[in-house]
Design a protein around this ligand. Structure first.
Ligand SMILES: Cc1ncc(COP(=O)(O)O)c(C=O)c1O
Length: 415
């Protein structure tokens, strides 16, 4: 049967059949002049879950009413709940997670511990269009070590914006003697391509290469099994798909095999074992888990939203979340192909197992189209030279919104 999929009734029917039907009611939605904005920018900053204000106010009240007593009532162990909830989302043990700092800071900390170089083994493998902050972090780390970034960094080129797993494995094979570290985006920020982290890690571990991932665009978006995949370390931000607010602290994963760490690491009192942390001893006595890498006490107010958001994810479960997510993105893909094929090329892989929720649209008309969308109350984002990224998430987006988005986009005068 040839169904008319470009139809609001059809979209509403898909919503009713979604395993996350009506979930958006748990979020605040931006409005302009009393009109709901269509928000597809969870890849940049997720929307605010409704429980967040209460969660932050609880900590403000504790601060108001308890002062420093609040530390031992709640705050010194605040990360434990967050670590536990995060562990279920990234497929790790709670002891392998620490919520701390910001993502780029954590990349620096991970490089200090996990990037080792010798005369023969020194290279770092990255994707060519890795997020710039990752590149800056790596290059500056190398310069501190008096190494030349252009000699150390080995890049993987994309072919038409796509990187085949085989291309990555071949690159590893060719450089197996000289590679020290692989650092990839689990989902590439620009194209939305998800890499086969399991396969890449398995292959690299054959040659004892350290493997880490920047999961900024993967966490809360695709299923992750970091521990089972034997990933060495990873980090992510919590303000994108995990909806915990601008600048909220990042997450770090460090495989448990490193928890008796005695090598390089930046140390601070929060990485000291809880049992002796407040004895103020001269020698650092590291926690034997990922929190051994933490340095300072937690920013409680900016961590409070994360409790709410992580609880939402955990109550849904990643399986159910992913099913709902695939349905939304597949619908967006189908409508674009059906209605806008002449003007838009989707550069994200068309196979849903190779992407998360984001579609990156290479668009005829460039920035003018983005400006038109913005004028029409649609928030997505623009990336030079000609890409609009649209990331519908089942946390708060619907098929009906996707239909509205394509309808408005179709009204643009592409000629
Ligand atoms: C892939 C990726 N890496 C790193 C960053 C930098 O994050 P932060 O400002 O938290 O260091 C971002 C931010 O958007 C990102 O998308």
């Amino acid at each position: 049967m040839n169904k008319n999929i470009f139809n609001s009734n059809y979209a509403i029917e898909l919503d009713k059949n979604s395993s996350m039907y009506n979930h958006s009611k748990l979020f605040h939605y931006p409005v302009k002049k009393n009109k709901k904005i269509l928000y597809f920018n969870g890849n940049s900053l997720g929307l605010q879950p409704k429980g967040v204000k209460q969660s932050v106010f609880k900590e403000l009240d504790d601060w108001k009413n308890l002062g420093s007593i609040g530390y031992f009532k709640n705050w010194v162990t605040y990360h434990e709940t967050l670590n536990k909830l995060s562990s279920l989302i990234v497929g790790a043990k709670p002891s392998e997670i620490m919520i701390m700092n910001a993502l780029t800071v954590n990349i620096h900390l991970l490089l200090i511990s996990f990037y080792k170089h010798t005369k023969t083994r020194y290279k770092i493998l990255i994707e060519k269009d890795i997020f710039p902050s990752d590149r800056y972090a790596i290059a500056s780390h190398l310069k501190i070590k008096k190494l030349n970034p252009s000699k150390v960094i080995e890049e993987i080129n994309a072919n038409n914006h796509y990187i085949e797993t085989d291309t990555i494995l071949k690159k590893i094979e060719e450089n197996k003697e000289s590679l020290s570290l692989i650092w990839l985006g689990g989902v590439n920020y620009y194209t939305g391509q998800k890499f086969d982290m399991k396969e890449i890690t398995k292959f690299a571990k054959r040659y004892n290469i350290m493997v880490g991932y920047d999961l900024a665009h993967a966490v809360g978006n695709v299923e992750l099994k970091l521990h089972d995949w034997n990933v060495d370390m990873a980090s992510w931000c919590n303000y994108k798909y995990l909806n915990s607010g601008p600048g909220s602290p990042s997450g770090v994963y460090i495989h448990e095999k490193y928890h008796n760490w005695e090598s390089d690491r930046l140390e601070g009192w929060w990485g000291n074992k809880y049992s002796s942390r407040f004895e103020m001893k001269k020698n650092f006595d590291a926690s034997k888990n990922a929190s051994g890498w933490s340095i300072s006490n937690m920013p409680i107010l900016s961590s409070a939203p994360l409790r709410i958001s992580l609880s939402l994810y955990n109550s849904i479960g990643m399986d159910r979340f992913r099913n709902a997510s695939v349905s939304l993105t597949n619908y967006l893909e189908s409508l674009i192909k059906k209605e806008l094929d002449r003007y838009i090329k989707i550069i994200t892989p068309l196979n849903s197992s190779e992407r998360g929720c984001q579609l990156s649209l290479k668009i005829k008309g460039g920035k003018n189209v983005y400006d038109y969308l913005k004028k029409n109350n649609i928030i997505c984002d623009w990336r030079n030279p000609d890409v609009i990224r649209v990331a519908p998430t089942p946390m708060y987006n619907t098929h009906e919104e996707i239909f509205e988005f394509v309808k408005i986009l179709k009204d643009y005068d592409f000629k």
